[in-house]
Design a protein around this ligand. Structure first.
Ligand code: ZN
Length: 347
């Protein structure tokens, strides 16, 4: 149990409540400061509990809009159970327009948190120790942020546990995006330090998204975010009405990109200005040029070509063009109509 974070609303009570998580803080400007995180709760009778989280990274906006849409416009009579919404986890980052908190902390690498740490550590600890144990499912809504641009998608990490994998595939596809992406675990990272990695290992249902990027939110990507969230909530039976498939909505069947393989990620080989010469959703063949890195200081230096290491569809392209050596500039992989077609181990 967290002793350093308190919630101003009763999360067990019937009806809609809005309030704050309050965390004691002490800053240069205010010795007795309180850090306040807006939280919204809907409860209407018996049913599952679903937690909706956005703004984990500060420069990712579609999820924040979808969460606020729910907070402002959901009718309590539509709810069958309980929905808890935190529209922006990392407010100092969001207000600065940055991925990371002002002290450089990545909120998505500090789980399960630190009860006696900085504000972000206390917030992560509260989520891990108090909120996650009482929920059945979690939405973790990300976008690409300034650095990357994704085909709006819901995604998952391929689980070795076949039953867990099936459950995750069904949850993922309920978001009804045109594409879904299957990622490997983050290299060199303890997966439980990530919010979704911890939620998955607690045995909870999970839907994670990457809804666009480049530090902007378009009407189209925001609409995908809002529509998918509503359909996912119907899938978890916490709002009324049947969840619909893309086919039932008259949309094309989704494509699923396998990004698990060692030739999926493409990184900058030198510093410069990266130009995407292929876009998100483009099919490319192995060896095809997908991007150029320009050395803007030397007019006689030809652009460095970045070539596709395998054939496939580009799921992620570069957002903000300035790159350093080692920055990821594109992620691509083979596309399948169904995860049933996936090889157990990627090439
Ligand atoms: Zn993110």
């Amino acid at each position: 149990m967290s002793t350093t974070v308190s919630c101003s609303i009763d999360l067990e009570s019937e009806g809609k409540s809005t309030g704050y998580l309050t965390i004691g803080d002490s800053t240069n400007h205010s010795g007795w400061a309180t850090y306040m995180v807006p939280i919204i709760k809907y409860k209407n009778g018996a049913g599952p509990t679903v937690l909706v989280l956005a703004g984990n990274h500060g420069d990712e906006y579609e999820g924040q809009f979808a969460a606020r849409d729910l907070a402002n416009n959901l009718d309590i009579n539509e709810v069958t159970g309980r929905i808890i919404i935190i529209p922006c986890l990392s407010q100092p980052a969001a207000k600065a327009g940055t991925r990371l908190w002002p002290d450089g902390t990545n909120f998505n690498r500090i789980f399960p948190g630190n009860e006696n740490g900085a504000v972000h550590g206390k917030l992560a600890y509260y989520l891990s120790s108090e909120l996650f144990p009482q929920v059945d499912a979690v939405f973790e809504l990300h976008s690409g942020g300034r650095g990357h641009h994704f085909i709006p998608c819901s995604h998952m990490v391929w689980s070795a546990d076949v039953n867990q994998r099936k459950k995750m595939i069904n949850s993922m596809t309920s978001y009804n995006t045109s594409h879904h992406m299957i990622f490997p675990e983050q290299p060199g990272t303890d997966p439980t330090t990530l919010l979704p990695g911890l939620v998955e290992r607690l045995g909870k249902e999970l839907i994670t998204t990457e809804l666009g990027g480049s530090g902007v939110a378009t009407f189209e990507s925001t609409t995908v975010a809002k529509d998918g969230l509503r359909n996912g909530l119907r899938y978890f039976k916490v709002i009324k009405g049947a969840a619909k498939t893309r086919q039932e909505l008259g949309l094309s069947a989704p494509l699923i990109l396998d990004l698990r393989g060692s030739r999926s990620y493409h990184s900058a080989t030198r510093a410069g200005l990266y130009e995407n010469v292929k876009g998100c959703g483009d099919a490319v063949t192995e060896g095809e040029v997908i991007g150029l890195i320009h050395d803007m200081d030397h007019p006689d230096t030809p652009a460095t070509e970045i070539k596709a290491k395998q054939s496939g569809v580009i799921g992620v392209m570069r957002g903000f063009p300035r790159v350093g050596v080692g920055d990821v500039v594109a992620v691509l992989g083979p596309a399948y109509a169904s995860t049933d077609e996936f090889p157990e181990n990627p090439s």
